[in-house]
Design a protein around this ligand. Sequence first.
Ligand SMILES: *Cc1c(COP(=O)(O)O)cnc(C)c1O
Length: 450
Amino acid sequence: MTTNAELIERDLSVLWHPCTQMSDHEWLPLLPIRRGEGVWLEDFDGNRYIDTLSSWWVNLFGHANPRINRALKTQMEELEHVILAGCGHEPAVALAEKLRETTPPGLDRCFYADNGSAAVEVAIKMSYHYWRNRNQEDRRKFVTLSNSYHGETLGALAVGNVDLYKATYGPLLMDVLTAPSPDCFEREEGESWEEYSRRMFRPMAELLEQEHEQVSAVIVEPLVQCAGGMRMYHPVYLKLLREACDHYGIHLIADEIAVGFGRTGSLFACGQADITPDFMCLSKGLTGGYLPMSAVMMTEEIYQGFYDRYENLTAFLHSHSYTGNPLACSVALETLAIFEDEDVIERNRAKAERIAQAFAPLADHPNVGEVRQHGMILAAEMMKDPKTREPYPWQERRGLHVYRHALKHEALMRPLGHVFYFMPPYVISDEQIEHCARVAMEGIDRATAA
Ligand SMILES: *Cc1c(COP(=O)(O)O)cnc(C)c1O
């Protein structure tokens, strides 16, 4: 039997891990995972860990979910993959139908890609191309929010705004227009989320008023800027943004890659603002955490903007090799079926309440500046001095203390810098939530005492 140590040795001699300074692994051991079941991950030495970050926000109904496994095996026997240009297949059609039915009304067309960043590329290319097809080529700027994240490929990176990932590649990226985030962590004392998000819409309104003639689309992460430190805002901002985009005839791209599929308490975060964007990017939870796939939903109006005789050269000639992969579509269909059969959104309401209660004591911690939550995402901001709003210097990497403490107590937790967050699979039990809250609070004690 392979041990942790053996796998680590082989791994580090050949792999280059994502989003990692590999030299960290000289002193911070890699965690080799042998198997998963439900919320549990198990390493090669037989230790177990609750997957509190849903394997980078993708897993919804647990590892090795029996229903999803069955759907995958069944599909595998029929058709594993086929080119989607010129060919069609049942899982791709059925999933597009299901997404049309469950996303906000008006998102009637579905374009597949194979990861989140690719979905963002599709949406921005399509938005620009739509205007170009209508002889409005000057509309080629994208408006983004400060602290936003939309992926790592060059187009997606350009419309994002997290310096840690973006600054290095600045010279390679297209210019964008940036409005300040409505992130409610920055609100004044006594100011409500709604008041602050409304107030922060003003600079966006001014930017659009001045620049609208050259703007193709505004792209936002609805309600939670996840990679930017789980910063959250009020749905009123989305409502105001939809109105402004309508007013100026600008596209609105909702990147629901992380917040879609029940994360914020509703099936899609846009639902809480009762809006329909022109484009909605979906990935991560789309396949329940099983296979890489993404979908961009858009309005029929966008689709019609490309529909013409071939010789007019208006077609969207964009593709990815694994577009509409049948295995991925079939697990996505099963994932959506679980939402319906098991009344997941309603049950998550109770679960989110349990999470709030379990982590509530953190709010009184002397080095926690804020505990915030939108549905199945809870975050706590570790700070040197919450009263003066003084953060810890980023170089101190105090989140690593939480990571290491959690590993010793059956939990995998990976704070984003000094932001602890809890974003578990929806199948987590109340006892497991309470266990994780205890471990997190001990970990935060250690991190802030260090
Ligand atoms: C993760 C993420 C992406 C990128 O998706 P990948 O599949 O990692 O390329 C884009 N937008 C948001 C909001 C994300 O959280």
